[in-house]
Design a binder for this molecule. Structure first.
Ligand code: SAH
Ligand code: SF4
Length: 367
């Protein structure tokens, strides 16, 4: 906790707890344990916290119970719509005043939400808008789940272009470093993946955690027995450059990060995504593509795919995106070496790989 106005700890929420702990909580507040299941159904199955809808609970208790176990953890402050309605970004204010953002994106075959795990981030990557502000505070599991819950409602209500849809995917690529807030992240993953009424019932296979490469966290996640996808923000294949782009590299250098990623594929059966923001004249040389391909190939065939994304300009840095020509050449070198590579286009806010950053930049102007 810091002296920022965002330092307040939010109240406990049903989504922070597993079913046995929810039942125990009911007993603590003098309720029948089965109330935990009823309230869980309302929140996770019906996506509501409205006491009026809780007709299976005694009328006199509904409001009190909902207020205690389903406190509203995030208040929308501003909404922006982009990509002809296929992208909705929301700035949310947490209890205590910390700000985060969530981005909801409709694709032809899926609906994805990009969630934040921290307000700010302490990792200090110089090209990242979130990193510039430093860490305000960790989010609780409830606050992470609440972002997904809100997104599931927005999708269900048909607010995205394409009409009513089921939220199918969650990427932990908004503000913050998920593995620097490990406990809350894993609790949230479990609550998102669990079948209702325990959770939201979004398959663990459709959840992606993005990390700057916190090796102990990657190793721990491999032991959780959840087949979530792991994305590694590599951005450079050599320690000399990566030490400057992703400062945590000084603690966990490239070779260790790639070894831990390789081990993760063994444990989870999932291919790794390597995120690579292409920064003009900084990390976009063909020799770096060749080096990246070699480092991946040395560790096996087809265990990782690379997602280069042109840098999303951040105010206050001298860096900018690689040219389309250079980006194409970089991709070509990787493909020629046998690495599956998909370049991501930044159109509006439709950027799986950098959603937190774009919003942080835009909203800064509004204070
Ligand atoms: N902290 C985690 C997850 C949040 S950042 C991580 O670093 O992986 C999500 C992704 O956006 C990361 O791959 C990050 O490196 C990338 N990113 C950050 N700033 C960016 C920018 N200005 N342009 C493109 N990608 C960026
Ligand atoms: Fe934090 Fe990820 Fe941004 Fe680095 S890129 S500062 S780890 S949010």
């Amino acid at each position: 906790m810091t002296a920022h106005d965002g330092g307040t700890r939010p109240p406990q929420h049903l989504a922070d707890l597993d079913i046995p702990a929810r039942r125990a909580w009911m007993t603590e507040i003098g309720e029948k344990p089965m109330r935990a299941i009823q309230l869980s159904h309302h929140y996770f199955s019906h996506l509501t916290r409205d006491p009026e809808a809780m007709t299976d609970l005694p009328a006199a208790d509904r409001g009190r119970l909902s207020a205690i176990v389903l406190p509203e953890l995030a208040i929308p402050r501003e909404r922006r719509v982009a990509d002809a309605g296929a992208t909705i970004k929301e700035l949310l204010i947490l209890i205590g005043g910390a700000r985060i953002e969530t981005v909801l994106m409709a694709y032809p075959d899926r609906v994805t939400v990009c969630v934040s795990t921290q307000a700010g981030c302490g990792m200090g990557c110089p090209f990242c808008a979130t990193g510039q502000a430093g860490l305000v505070r960790n989010l609780t599991a409830g606050e992470i789940v609440e972002q997904v819950w809100r997104a599931a409602r927005v999708a269900r209500e048909g607010e995205l272009a394409g009409g009513a849809a089921r939220l199918s995917n969650v990427v932990f690529m908004g503000m913050g470093e998920p593995l620097a807030n490990y406990e809350a992240t894993v609790r949230a993953l479990r609550a998102i993946a669990a079948e209702p009424p325990a959770g939201l019932g979004i398959s663990a296979r459709n959840l992606t955690v993005s990390t700057c490469g916190i090796v102990p966290g990657m190793e721990r996640l491999a032991g959780e027995g959840m087949p979530v996808r792991l994305a590694i923000s590599l951005h450079a294949p050599d320690d000399e450059l990566r030490d400057t782009l992703v400062p945590v590299n000084k603690r966990f250098p490239v070779a260790n990060v790639l070894d831990a990623a390789r081990a993760y594929t063994e444990a989870s059966g999932r291919r790794i995504s390597i995120e690579y923001a292409l920064i003009r004249d900084i990390n976009d040389q063909e020799w770096r593509a060749d080096l990246l391909a070699r480092l991946l190939m040395e560790r096996g065939q087809n265990w990782a795919h690379v997602n280069p994304i042109p840098l999303n300009d951040t105010p206050g840095t001298r860096w900018t995106a690689s040219t389309p020509h250079t980006s194409a050449a970089f991709v070509e070198r990787l493909r020629a070496a046998g690495i599956v590579t998909t370049i991501r286009e930044t159109r509006g806010a439709d950027i799986d790989g950098a959603c937190g950053q774009l919003a942080a930049k835009e909203w800064k102007e509004h204070g």
